[in-house]
Design a binder for this molecule. Sequence first.
Ligand SMILES: C[S@@+](CC[C@H](N)C(=O)[O-])C[C@H]1O[C@@H](n2cnc3c(N)ncnc32)[C@H](O)[C@@H]1O
Length: 254
Amino acid sequence: MSQQSAPEQKTTHFGYQEVPLNEKQHKVADVFHSVAQKYDIMNDLMSGGIHRLWKRFTIEMSGVRPGHQILDLAGGTGDLTALFAPKVGPNGRVVLADINDSMLKVGRDRMIDRGIMNNVDYSLVNAECLPFADNTFDCITIAFGLRNVTNKQKALNSMFRTLKPGGRLLVLEFSKPIYPWLSKIYDHYSFNLIPKFGQWVTGDEESYRYLAESIRMHPGQEELKQMFATAGFEDSEYHNLTGGVVALHRGFKY
Ligand SMILES: C[S@@+](CC[C@H](N)C(=O)[O-])C[C@H]1O[C@@H](n2cnc3c(N)ncnc32)[C@H](O)[C@@H]1O
């Protein structure tokens, strides 16, 4: 695959397109500026609400405790932040961080509407170069965000640096279905129906075509696990959810 790993690489993938390295971030930004207002309704529609179960499982695996410092990276409209905030309590903190101000604004408004205010901070960040001190967080989550990042290994390295020793990283992301029959149904669904839903609900078919393509270009379960090891994570493992349509990877910094 064309993920940047060598210094001489000048292009990367944006869905199935090969684009100059410095253009991907802008193209991803255009996608999320375009869909931000309708992002939540589309998530429920496309997944039949199952994304809520995947996210609850992520919280279960996070080991979150009162007083913990959590980074919800690429947190967008804040689904995980809303689940973490009551669990860390008044002495803990959740940082809802995203590269896209449109997504972050929707997320902040949602938290305020739900009365979640005292222990949540907002941060406009690029996952590849996190502006936090070494050893800051007990837990970092990145849900459906990593596949949009230009240099995924650099992002994982940056997450490793900012986790405390003993801290854990959870990556929830689309992955590779483990059953051939499921792959066929899933391909049909994601390449034919999802862009149509995108057109009906957001008026933006292209962004949802990018979604389907970017999922296919994302590293599979074993490759991502290897990238965890390269970043320095130990005891890494993954859980296939919904037959591997999604996988939750978890790794520890010791
Ligand atoms: C599909 S949304 C996921 C939002 C949320 N985590 C969820 O699960 O509903 C992907 C998010 O990743 C963000 N993103 C993309 N590239 C990023 C980067 N390099 N650094 C931080 N966030 C990024 C996008 O702005 C977008 O909000």
